[in-house]
Write a protein that binds this ligand. Structure first.
Ligand code: SF4
Length: 345
């Protein structure tokens, strides 16, 4: 599949300095694979999906579980040790717990994580846990019913809250709660989310609003890391926790509580120099960066009868096009990219 290379957008491309298939031209080793399993979702969040919706991908074009597990096995053989399952909403794909179990069983995979909107958790949290899911992130952008409805264009807040309780009961600790912070939308709930996390094994993660196709990003909607910190510190005392290598979040302990707070500062203080992540889209393309277009189809190579080496070659070709870091928001809004729902965050 011919896919666009965006590296021409940026200057200062060095000569190749690789030391293996997981390493890019800038010496970054990619040990964290994010696998989108579907572009479908049962919510319609405004920042994620254009109002007019998207055209769902036909089933035959999606990677099968067997294909995904094969790709994971080959990459794990080179050093990939963490896999995150994303969507769309990954739990709308049938029997997702089967995929969780199969990926968790791959030799070398130390952590299987999943990001979900939480709607299936009331019934399924324990089954995901039993299948081998180690880390769970639940996305929820408001704790106010009317606002939740407005943001998600659905009426499922109680289900998501019940799902969070089920996930805690199933032993996901810390349970990660993802909040995309937007000025004029939910910035006034920042401290409420911290209160929600304070006395429980919850890590609330505030994510700066990022520009994607159709999500009407603007500088005015940006609630920055500094803004978030101010909002939290008006009601809570927090203390920084040590930074972990390749961890994108800035982590803080809530003084006097059990919970923690993190900030994902993609727009104001990026963490690209440390990037260890590669994405696999639901249709089987490697996507070297959240903001870059998918650039190599591993699915087509597998379906053409490619050996395992073809998977590694596809990864290397994809990483060869990876930039050193994403450009600023004004450039990002002009770039062609997919909607968040097609990327999986
Ligand atoms: S923006 Fe791209 S390069 Fe930067 S951390 Fe995210 S995925 Fe990595």
């Amino acid at each position: 599949m011919a896919l666009t290379d965006q590296t021409s957008e940026l200057p200062n491309q060095p000569e190749q300095i690789r030391t293996g298939p997981l390493t890019d031209r800038f010496g970054r080793r990619h040990t964290y694979l994010r696998v989108s399993v579907t572009d479908r979702c049962n919510l319609r969040c405004q920042y994620c999906m254009p109002a007019e919706g998207i055209e769902w991908t036909p089933r035959k074009d999606l990677l099968t579980y067997e294909e995904i597990v094969r790709i994971v096995r080959v990459l794990a053989g080179e050093g990939v040790n963490k896999v995150r399952i994303t969507g769309g909403e990954p739990t709308v794909r049938k029997d997702i717990e089967t995929l969780i179990a199969q990926v968790a069983a791959v030799s070398g995979i130390e952590e299987v994580a999943m990001t979900t909107n939480g709607t299936t958790l009331p019934k399924m949290a324990q089954r995901y846990r039993d299948a081998g899911l180690k880390t769970l992130n639940v996305s929820i952008d408001s704790l106010q019913p009317e606002r939740f409805k407005q943001i998600t264009r659905t009426d499922k807040m109680d289900t998501v809250l019940a799902g969070i309780e089920s996930a805690l009961a199933a032993g996901f600790a810390p349970l990660k709660i993802n909040v995309v912070s937007m000025k004029g939308v939910n910035d006034d709930e920042t401290a409420d989310f911290v209160a929600f996390a304070k006395d429980r094994p919850i890590n609330v993660r505030f994510i700066e609003f990022m520009p994607f196709e159709g999500n009407e990003w603007s500088q005015g909607k940006m609630f920055s890391y500094r803004d978030m910190l101010d909002a939290v510190m008006q009601r809570f005392e927090i203390e920084p926790l040590p930074h972990r290598p390749s961890e994108v979040a800035k982590d803080f302990k809530i003084v006097g509580g059990q919970g923690t707070v993190s900030f994902i500062t993609s727009m104001t203080e990026d963490f690209c120099s440390d990037c260890n992540r590669i994405r696999l889209t639901a249709t089987g393309d490697f996507k070297p960066c959240l903001f870059m277009l998918p650039n190599v189809s591993v699915r087509d190579r597998i379906r053409a009868g490619g050996e395992d080496q073809a998977i590694l070659d596809a990864l290397q070709e994809s990483l060869a096009g990876k930039w050193e870091g994403h450009p600023g928001p004004q450039q990002l809004i002009r770039l062609k990219n997919a909607s968040m729902i097609q990327i999986g965050g």
